[in-house]
Ligand binder design. Structure first.
Ligand code: PLP
Length: 380
């Protein structure tokens, strides 16, 4: 490919021809300062406060769920969501190897093991067909629960990840999980505001998880949310993430080994101001996606767009290059010229930490790993 200067020029033009174009920078254009100062004025900067409550209500509305719990980051949200879905020491969790490391770490924190199943080429997320094929070969029902015949371990959950804000094929995945009685936990860390068949992503599983890290579309500085339609489970999630303290006017009694995963009110204030702008941010990103799509198509490069009956939030936009060589020169030229681009994650089982876990053939994940590149995607 030789037309890098045109590509670099086009991307720079989308961002006012700045010298350096980051991949995704936060945007603070609403009530951020006002709400953060409110917390300082009120002295409620720490683990409880009105903005935490407000954030939880806003997240329930956005994710279309009955209960939402603010936590300190997306990783801890995943850890607790898996525990509440029933994942225990010695269990296994079906997930994808094409993901950010936190998805897998959260499984390990629970003493469980990942099973790496391939992704679909179109969604870049967990493939229902590949999950089904794996379960047909290795699954066995014992007293209503699914076991892995190869390891003799219980498959306690299935955790798809909605890569870069492109929804997984949820109907098909739910069908497979229901057939094998495997609870589903959505890693929707990257997928706030996404929809699948008109329903919000995050609302399909037993529990769903979002991240509000600084690189996401809306940020609390650092933060996460657990969402669920099961109110009893939601109450348990709040209890567990707030040190499992039994409510009492002054006594300290804790009835479980809980976590201090509370999102500070200071961070919740920032998050509330950001969530007020979520729709506007996504609209802005969708316009950029349209412009990218026209441009890259005219250059014969595949720009990733949402599938029918889904709404992507276009968190990190991506192009699919024809080969690893093309990918490498794209990365080299853009980064050298002030346009930040990044490859998709290295497949997790390639890390020595995680190489010993069971996996399927991974054809699609390997294909995408060599070709997908994220391009600047900030809200303009
Ligand atoms: C897919 C995925 N899962 C989990 C996380 C963890 O979220 P956090 O950084 O808020 O801990 C992230 C991103 O940060 C992510 O992209």
């Amino acid at each position: 490919m030789s037309n890098y200067s045109e590509i670099i020029g086009f991307i720079k033009k989308q961002f006012e021809n700045k010298e350096f174009i980051p991949l995704h920078e936060p945007r603070f254009s609403g009530n951020e300062k006002k709400y953060v100062l409110d917390t300082i004025d009120s002295t409620f900067v720490s683990s409880v406060g009105a903005y935490v409550d407000k954030f939880e209500l806003m997240m329930s509305a956005i994710s279309g769920t009955n209960k939402s719990i603010a936590v300190v980051n997306g990783t801890s949200a995943l850890q607790v969501a898996l525990r509440l879905a029933g994942v225990n020491h010695g269990d296994e969790v079906i997930t994808q190897a094409l993901t950010f490391i936190a998805t897998i770490n959260a499984i390990i924190y629970n003493g469980a093991a990942p099973i790496f199943i391939d992704v679909d080429l179109d969604t870049m997320g967990l493939s229902p067909n590949a999950v089904e094929a794996f379960l047909e070969e290795f699954g066995e029902m014992r007293d209503g629960e699914c076991y892995n015949k190869k390891t003799n371990k219980k498959i306690a959950a299935c955790m798809p990840m909605h890569t870069f804000g492109f929804p997984v094929h949820m109907n098909e995945l739910l069908k497979v999980c229901n057939k094998w009685n495997i609870p589903l936990v959505e890693d929707a860390a990257e997928a706030i505001g996404c929809e699948y068949h008109s329903n919000p992503i995050g609302s399909f599983g037993k529990l769903g998880v979002f991240s509000f890290n600084g690189n996401k579309i809306v940020t609390s500085g650092g933060g996460g949310a657990i969402v669920t339609n099961d109110v009893a489970l939601g109450i348990k999630a709040k209890h567990l993430t707030t040190t499992a303290k039994v409510p009492h006017p002054y006594e300290y009694v804790h009835d479980d080994v809980g976590y201090n995963f509370r999102m500070p009110n200071l961070n919740a204030a920032l998050a509330c101001a950001q969530l007020e702008q979520l729709n506007m941010f996504i609209d802005s990103k969708r316009i950029l996606a349209q412009e990218y799509n026209l441009f890259f198509n005219s250059k014969g490069i595949n720009f990733r767009t949402e599938l029918p009956q889904t709404k992507a939030n276009y968190w990190l936009m991506c192009v699919e290059l024809e080969s690893k060589n093309d990918r490498d020169s794209f990365l080299k030229e853009t980064n050298k010229n002030g346009v930040m681009t990044r490859p998709i994650w290295q497949l997790i089982f390639k890390s020595t930490l995680y190489s010993r876990y069971q996996k399927d053939y991974q054809f699609n994940a390997l294909y995408l790993e060599d070709r997908i590149v994220n391009i600047p995607s900030s809200v303009r």
